[in-house]
Design a protein around this ligand. Structure first.
Ligand code: SF4
Length: 86
């Protein structure tokens, strides 16, 4: 699994420097079975949330990115695919 920081370094180092998660325990963003609420709260205040979300949608990342869970991003992808086909 690509870590949040590795991915941001590799492709979008520009927004990593502004991500609030850089100041937060990374484990919070990859909850095994617990709630993702703590990570989502951090993301809500993050200035690069949109860039982060688009990156995660494009790359199929796991964990919380851009204030969304993997399941939520899957739903976004589904809607976009459906809209593009219409
Ligand atoms: S939106 Fe969330 S996961 Fe993305 S850079 Fe900001 S704090 Fe990190």
């Amino acid at each position: 699994m690509t870590s949040l920081f590795q991915a941001l370094d590799a492709e979008t180092g520009d927004f990593r420097a502004h991500g609030l998660c850089a100041q937060t325990d990374p484990e919070v963003f990859f909850p095994e079975s617990g709630s993702a609420a703590a990570a989502k709260r951090v993301c809500l205040a993050c200035s690069v949330r949109r860039e982060c979300l688009e990156y995660a949608i494009e790359h199929g990342e796991r964990g919380v990115w851009g204030g969304t869970s993997e399941k939520q991003r899957t739903a976004i992808r589904r809607v976009r695919t459906k809209d593009a086909a219409a």
